[in-house]
Design a protein around this ligand. Structure first.
Ligand code: NAP
Length: 249
């Protein structure tokens, strides 16, 4: 497939490298321009492009930038992008740690619903609920015991199918997590969020989600994350996240 990725950080670069290795044609953009991505692009086997070019002549666009930066994307970015192009959003809202308070997200709107409104285009929420280390290292063949499952929420069945395929080929079980209005079930603080559950565990976690409790757990996580040392292992992070978000799990 032809895939454009906006955001070349922890998540964008892992996705880009893995999909390129699998034979997809990947273009990668950041906020500072393609010249600043030349070395990374060579290493990953992708093309460094501008944000505007990342949405041109592609079948899938992945937006993987901080939530607060979404309104900085160029005005009308998707105006000429054909309707059939799938747009995925990996974003999460961290008001204290990174994004500042966003009024709509302090209310009822889902994080990805807000993104869709900002860019004027439906999105699918995916890859938001796995830490970059697990995304990079945690993939396993289909059928492996404990294979990590990822939720995929959106309103377009075909778009979700495309993304389930792209999730599965990275070694994760893709689960249709319902419409975008239900995507709060995989937002930060929810039992499904960065807990690396397998399919049965994820389905149960999505069903058990409680929105108010998730916000409280996210607030706790926001205080805890800055205390991590460089010696904290990814396994310790996932274990602590499970304790905070899903004490009953
Ligand atoms: N890190 C994780 O483990 C993880 C896991 C799941 C989901 N997420 C979520 O996924 C999103 C990306 O996270 P990340 O950790 O990969 O971020 P990151 O490492 O901080 O990288 C952010 C990337 O976004 C680019 N960017 C920022 N504003 C942009 C703009 N206006 N236009 C184009 N590119 C822009 C940055 O480019 P410049 O460097 O040029 O500014 C950078 O390449 C966030 O919403 C995050 O919450 C993260």
């Amino acid at each position: 497939m032809k895939i454009g990725i906006i955001g070349a950080g922890a998540i964008g670069s892992v996705l880009a490298g893995k999909w390129a290795k699998n034979g997809h044609t990947v273009s990668l953009a950041n906020s500072r321009g393609p010249d600043t991505l030349a070395d990374l692009a060579t290493k990953l086997g992708v093309r460094a492009v501008s944000v505007e070019d990342a949405v041109k002549d592609v079948e899938v666009v992945v937006i993987t930038i901080p939530q607060k930066n979404v309104p900085q994307l160029p005005e009308g970015l998707f105006r000429d992008v054909p309707e059939g192009v799938v747009v995925a959003d990996t974003g999460n809202y961290y008001p204290s740690l990174r994004d500042g308070a966003i009024a709509e997200l302090e209310g009822d709107q889902t994080e990805s619903g807000w993104v869709a409104e900002r860019i004027g285009r439906p999105v699918v929420k995916v890859f938001n609920s796995i830490i970059s280390h697990s995304l990079d290292q945690g993939g396993q063949a289909a059928g492996s015991p404990g294979r990590i499952a990822l939720p995929i929420a959106g309103d377009d069945a075909r778009a979700k199918e495309v993304l389930i395929g792209l999730v599965e080929e990275l070694g994760f079980t893709g689960i249709d997590a319902g419409p975008l209005s239900e995507s709060w079930r995989q937002q930060p603080g929810s039992p499904a969020y960065c807990t690396d559950y397998d399919e049965a565990g994820l389905r149960s976690a999505l069903a058990r989600a409680d929105r108010a409790r998730s916000v409280a757990a996210r607030n706790t996580t926001e205080k805890w994350l800055p205390t991590l040392s460089k010696d904290t292992t990814p396994a310790e992070i996932v274990k602590r996240v499970r304790e905070i978000e899903d004490p009953a799990g």
